[in-house]
Write a protein that binds this ligand. Structure first.
Ligand code: F6R
Length: 351
């Protein structure tokens, strides 16, 4: 049942600390500052290609960035496009990210890769799923069952599992980053407990469109925030790389199209995103900032959704929790069918 929540999606958003704890359990050696994944013993890819769809594709974009940060060439592909025009594979490990393990496009992309001689890895939630049976290796995200059609806790668990995978496969022993990952269940809990997303949703549930912007690891978070919002509210929402806004999309920005800007840290990325926010503010667009308070974005924002200060990798997960709640409360105020949005199915088994 829904355990007292109005919707499974809200229940599953609240279950994220537990889902993350399950994902991390026994896999992080806290004292040694290292990640141990028995199922991936000896897997040290020199190149990684991720294939996935929808929300899982956003996780894949994030995963590819983690590998590139460690100096390993990595790229994320939409599974349907990977099949349409397969890239050169070389010695790449091809990783299918699919919570259900049954998505036809993703299974086809992995079959295509295998046919060309690639080794494959499944990152999935479902034990015994088709993807787990067909791939050379499987890493389970252990999120527990998800009933809501819109992915929430499985996305958070995918990001955590991708961190584990990247730490283990690149022999990364960064104690601070590993510690932040270990603490993720409790920091996610903090974000859920302190979120003011419901009142922000109240202010904007009548907007014409919603634009989400972010850079680096926050770019896939922007894409995911927009997908979640459009899926369950039926409102127009788009995610952009913050730097792209001025190359066209800015023409769409009005005083009734809130711009949700995700920026964490106090570095170059934050400074540039704040500049992009100034551009939309000059067009009178309402600005909702998702921030850890390290930049001065609050000065240009009408509303702020705050997350605790943490490492960039974990900040992306925390920012996403705020966007899940923003989408959920907007849809709830509009009276939408949140757990079963029109035209959508939980797992898509046709290409
Ligand atoms: C969005 C959503 C979909 C799925 C996509 C892939 O909330 O759930 O975009 O992410 O259909 O599904 P899986 O991960 O099962 O391959």
């Amino acid at each position: 049942g829904k355990s007292g929540y109005d919707h499974f999606m809200l229940k599953e958003i609240h279950e994220q600390p537990r889902a993350l704890r399950q994902c991390l359990r026994g896999r992080v050696d806290e004292l040694g500052g290292q990640v141990e994944l028995d199922e991936l013993a000896g897997v040290r890819p020199t190149t990684v290609q991720f294939v996935a769809c929808g929300t899982s594709y956003h996780a894949a974009l994030y995963g590819a960035e983690l590998f590139r940060e460690a100096g390993v060439p990595a790229q994320a592909f939409l599974a349907s496009e990977y099949v349409t025009s397969p890239p050169p594979i070389g010695d790449a490990l091809v990783v299918g990210v699919t919570q259900s393990g049954e998505t036809a496009d993703t299974l086809s992309a992995l079959r295509e890769a295998r046919q060309r001689g690639a080794r494959t890895l499944a990152l999935t939630n479902v034990v015994g799923s088709t993807v787990a049976r067909e791939c050379d290796h499987t890493l389970y995200i252990r999120a527990g069952p998800e009933i809501g059609v819109a992915a929430s806790k499985t996305f958070a668990s995918q990001l955590a599992a991708l961190n584990l995978f990247a730490f283990a496969a690149t022999d990364d022993h960064d104690r601070e980053a590993i510690g932040a990952l270990r603490d993720l269940p409790s920091t996610v809990q903090e974000v859920i407990d302190d979120s003011t997303a419901a009142s922000v949703a109240e202010a904007y549930h009548d907007a014409d469109a919603y634009f989400f912007i972010g850079r680096g690891l926050n770019y896939p978070v922007a894409l995911e925030g927009a997908l979640k919002l459009k899926e369950i509210t039926y409102r127009h929402a788009e995610g952009f790389a913050a730097g792209e806004l001025k190359h066209g999309p800015l023409a769409l920005v009005t005083d009734n199209s809130p711009v949700i800007a995700i920026t964490t840290g106090d570095g170059e990325l934050a400074r540039k995103t704040v500049n992009n926010v100034k551009e939309v503010e000059a067009r009178d667009a309402p600005v909702i900032a998702v921030t850890d308070g390290q930049s001065d974005i609050e000065r240009y924002a009408d509303h702020v959704l705050t997350i605790p200060e943490t490492q960039p990798r974990t900040a992306a997960v925390l920012a996403n929790v705020q966007l899940q709640l923003l989408a959920y409360h907007t849809a709830d105020q509009l009276g939408r069918s949140i757990d079963k949005p029109r035209n959508l199915a939980k797992s898509v088994t046709v290409e």
